[in-house]
Structure formats: structure tokens, C-alpha cells
Design a protein around this ligand. Structure first.
Ligand code: GDP
Ligand code: IMO
Ligand code: MG
Length: 422
């Protein structure tokens, strides 16, 4: 059996949580392979909303195994809070949530370094979620990190102390940063006990064995491809590979084991934090997208910047991910728009192109807009693709022509049931 990968094709928050929650019953194992508590994946069912940061979005489906893979960075404090929240919602955690021993730990001092570094950057800040993601991946690639498997080793305390001392040294670069590390450390150590209570696995053996037994595995991406450390809008990116390739290194599977690649895009585009966003709107349309779409971050509550769909950007992320099927979310947000636009090309220095330049930050990009008539009716009662207004279908099908991949699902609301499967 293969591992299907589901990921965001824009700057995150495409609705990955909702789609994983819907698809989960078709799989036996759901895995997170990168990122950490910078993610906020929203699920809505039975009138209730749940937000997950580190735990895979299959956790509410009984009989499924959820794996936090080696590529993820884990903050025991956030994880403990999430565990309390899902348990309060009635989920029984018992052998259904497994943690890879090789996943790295976010220390309280990683969070402090993240905050200090961002504050120091001033106007050029990345707009990080300040969850310690960057410093933790820096320690991973710098070969200094602490991993989940280290927690049970006899010299864990001394390893922890050594890394903390290194961080305290680094924090001296930022004398303006105030902190009470002892207090945060006490909370962290207590939370570590909850992490210890979860079964630890050698994730690479576990997943490969499961595949050999014919089990179906879904890898749940976090962030979006435009935040990928290599291919995103660098340096305004996150610190992991958010693309399909990240599922191989973040789980320990070979490229040949990747099956379907399910790419998710909103019916428009959003971004939270700083950095280039060619199709961003600063007008009434942008304000309406934010208001109707309730575009506030699921992790930080920050307002999301809004714009129209960007075809060169989507073509790029479809290419680097090898997307085999598309999912469109939040089409209902466009219901009341007179006119809908997409950026179908860029104009840079007077030249038209459909390719993303090396540095989106340094280029003045003028999008060329293609316009569609809005459908002016609520999609609330639509229960099949065929029932969609003709103008909505024309919008979707024209995009398919341009992108070269078909939409297999269209999401018309946050609830689990609001999904048109083609
Ligand atoms: P993720 O990080 O990709 O899982 O996405 P987020 O949870 O951060 O943000 C997506 C937001 O859109 C959440 O508030 C979802 O409840 C909501 N959402 C998902 N699909 C739809 C949809 O089709 N229509 C509307 N209106 N909201 C949706
Ligand atoms: P999900 O999984 C949207 C953004 C931050 C910032 C940049 C770096 O919910 O789609 P970091 O905390 O990684 O140092 O932040 O990346 N960012 C996200 N934006 N959705 C996310 O996750 C994000 N995770 C990080 O806003 O611009
Ligand atoms: Mg999110």
C-alpha cells in the first residue's frame, strides 16, 4: 500500500484539518510529518469546533492510529494542552496516538530565542507564530537537538542542561529580552510526563511494516508549500519542508511509496505574517473576503491578509508537489461577490510571465486579472457538485483547465458534512 499525502498549496490555513478529518475513515493511520505547534488545524462536527496543533486530525475517528512523525517538532506543553482538550471532547487516548522517538523537542529556551530573534528583527520580522519552531530546527540541523527518545535516557537531564546553557549564552545577544525561564521550565518538565505516557515508536519501522501489511496511510501536511524552507517566499517561510518530499524525510518512507498527492487551495488566497503576496488585495474586496471568510489565525488569532487566487503560484506548488488531485475550500465565501478575479499571470518589469521569479520579495509584481461573474446565491443547501450554480462550476472548471489537475472535492462550509465529492 502507498502513503497518500494531503497538503496546503498556498501559505497555510487552506482547510487541511477539515479535509483530513473527512478522509480519515478511508485510512488506518494518519501521520503528521513536519512542523509543530505553529500549525492550527480546525475541525468542525456536531456543531463543535476543535483546533489541533501537534496531534494529527484523525484523532476524533475511533479505531485509527495517529502518528506524530520524526519530522515534527514537539512542545510538550502545547501537546499536554491538546491532549487535555481532546480528552475533554470525549476522545480516549489509548494506543491510538504514537510518537516517533526521532522527533525533536521544543525547549522553553527555544521559544525565548524565537521571540528574541523576531523582536530584534524589527520591521523585517518574519511574523513567526513564536512557538520556537525556527530555533528547534536550527538545533536539529546544527546537530545539537534533543529528541523524544532522549527523554528516557539516563543522561537526559544533563543533555537538557547543556542545551539550555547554550541557549542562555545566545540570549545574551538580545539583552532587551526579559524572561522567567525557571517558571516556564517547571511547566515544561511537568508536561513532559504526559509526553512520556504516550507510546514511543521507531516511526520508520512502524510505517513501513504497516504498509507491508496492506494498511492505508495518510500523511497530513502542515503550513503550506509557499512557506516551504526551500521553495517558499524565503526568508518569509517556516523552517521545514512542507512539500510532498517532506513526507519521505519526516516519516522514513521512500519516494516510491507516495500514492495520491491531495493539494488543497482556498477559492481565494490568504497569508498570515509578513512576506510577499502578489495577489493581495487592499480594497473593499479584500476586506470582504476577510470578513465573510472569518480570516483570523487558528493558532495566534492574527488577522489573515486576503487576495484573489494566484494561478502562477498554484501551478508552481502543483509542480513541486506532484499533485494528483485538488481540493477547493471556502467557495461559499465567494457567494455574494459581484465579480470574482484570479491572477492568471504576472507582469514584472513590463514583461508578462507565469513563472515565479527567484525572489518574490525583490520584484515589483503586477498581477494580470482574469474576471468571472459571481453566482449570487447561497451554497448552503447544495449537496452535490451538479447542484452548484452554473457560474460556480464554470469558475472551478476554468481553473482545472489552467492548472491541469481536477478538483476531487469542493468544500462549502466549515462543518464536516459540507463537502461535495465528485
Ligand atoms: P488548516 O490549518 O489548513 O487546517 O486551516 P485552518 O483551520 O487554520 O483554517 C481554515 C478555516 O476555514 C477554519 O476556521 C475552518 O473551520 C474553515 N473552513 C474550512 N473549510 C471551509 C469552507 O469550505 N468554508 C468556510 N466558510 N470555512 C471553512
Ligand atoms: P497551518 O498548518 C499559516 C507562518 C507564520 C509566519 C511563518 C513562520 O495551520 O496551515 P513559524 O512559526 O513557523 O516560525 O512562522 O509561517 N505560519 C503559518 N501560516 N498557517 C500555518 O500553519 C502556519 N505556520 C506558520 O505566520 O509567517
Ligand atoms: Mg491553520
Amino acid at each position: 500500500m502507498a502513503v497518500d499525502v494531503l497538503l496546503g498549496l498556498q501559505w497555510g490555513d487552506e482547510g487541511k484539518g477539515k479535509i483530513v478529518d473527512f478522509l480519515a475513515p478511508q485510512y488506518q493511520i494518519i501521520c503528521r510529518f513536519q512542523g509543530g505547534p505553529n500549525a492550527g488545524h480546525t475541525l468542525k462536527f456536531g456543531g463543535k469546533k476543535h483546533v489541533l496543533h501537534t496531534i494529527p486530525s484523525g484523532i476524533f475517528r475511533p479505531d485509527l492510529i495517529n502518528v506524530i512523525g520524526n519530522g515534527v517538532v514537539i512542545d510538550p506543553v502545547t501537546l499536554a494542552r491538546e491532549l487535555d482538550a481532546v480528552k475533554a471532547a470525549g476522545v480516549v487516548i489509548d494506543q491510538n496516538l504514537l510518537v516517533a522517538r526521532k522527533a525533536h523537542l521544543i525547549l522553553p529556551s527555544h521559544r525565548l530565542l524565537d521571540q528574541a530573534s523576531e523582536a530584534h528583527k524589527g520591521k523585517s520580522k518574519i511574523g513567526s507564530t513564536l512557538r520556537g519552531i525556527g530555533p528547534t530546527y536550527m538545533d536539529k540541523t546544527g546537530r545539537n537537538g534533543l529528541r523524544v527518545g532522549d527523554v528516557s535516557s539516563s543522561d537526559f537531564k544533563s543533555k537538557y542542561q547543556a542545551l539550555k546553557e547554550k541557549h542562555l549564552g545566545l540570549l545574551q545577544i538580545y539583552p532587551e529580552q526579559e524572561f522567567d525561564l525557571e517558571k516556564e521550565e517547571a511547566v515544561w518538565m511537568e508536561a513532559l510526563e504526559q509526553l512520556r505516557s504516550l507510546p514511543q515508536i521507531d516511526g520508520e519501522y512502524y510505517i513501513n511494516q504497516a504498509l507491508a501489511e496492506g494498511k492505508k496511510v495518510l500523511a497530513e501536511g502542515a503550513q503550506g508549500s509557499m512557506l516551504d524552507i526551500d521553495f517558499g517566499t524565503y526568508p518569509f517561510v517556516t523552517s521545514s519542508n512542507t512539500i510532498t518530499a517532506g513526507a519521505c524525510t519526516g516519516l522514513g518512507i521512500s519516494p516510491g511509496q507516495i500514492g495520491e498527492v491531495i493539494g488543497i487551495t482556498k477559492a481565494y488566497c490568504t497569508r498570515v505574517g509578513s512576506g510577499p503576496f502578489p495577489s493581495e488585495l487592499f480594497d473593499e474586496d479584500g476586506r470582504r473576503l476577510a470578513e465573510i471568510g472569518m480570516e483570523f489565525g487558528a493558532t495566534t488569532g492574527r488577522p489573515r491578509r486576503c487576495g484573489w487566487l494566484d494561478v502562477p503560484q498554484l501551478k508552481y506548488t502543483i509542480m513541486i508537489n506532484g499533485v494528483t488531485q485538488l481540493v477547493m475550500t471556502k467557495i461559499d465565501v465567494l457567494d455574494s461577490f459581484e465579480q470574482i478575479k484570479i491572477a492568471d499571470a504576472y507582469e514584472i518589469d513590463g514583461l508578462k510571465t507565469t513563472q515565479l521569479p527567484f525572489d518574490l520579495c525583490d520584484n515589483e509584481i503586477t498581477p494580470s486579472w482574469k474576471k468571472y461573474s459571481g453566482w449570487h446565491e447561497s451554497l448552503d443547501s447544495v449537496s452535490s457538485y451538479e447542484e452548484l450554480p452554473v457560474l460556480a462550476r464554470e469558475y472551478i472548471e476554468d481553473l482545472e483547465q489552467q492548472l491541469g489537475v481536477n478538483f476531487s472535492m469542493i468544500s462549502t462550509g466549515p462543518e464536516r458534512s459540507k463537502l461535495l465529492v465528485r
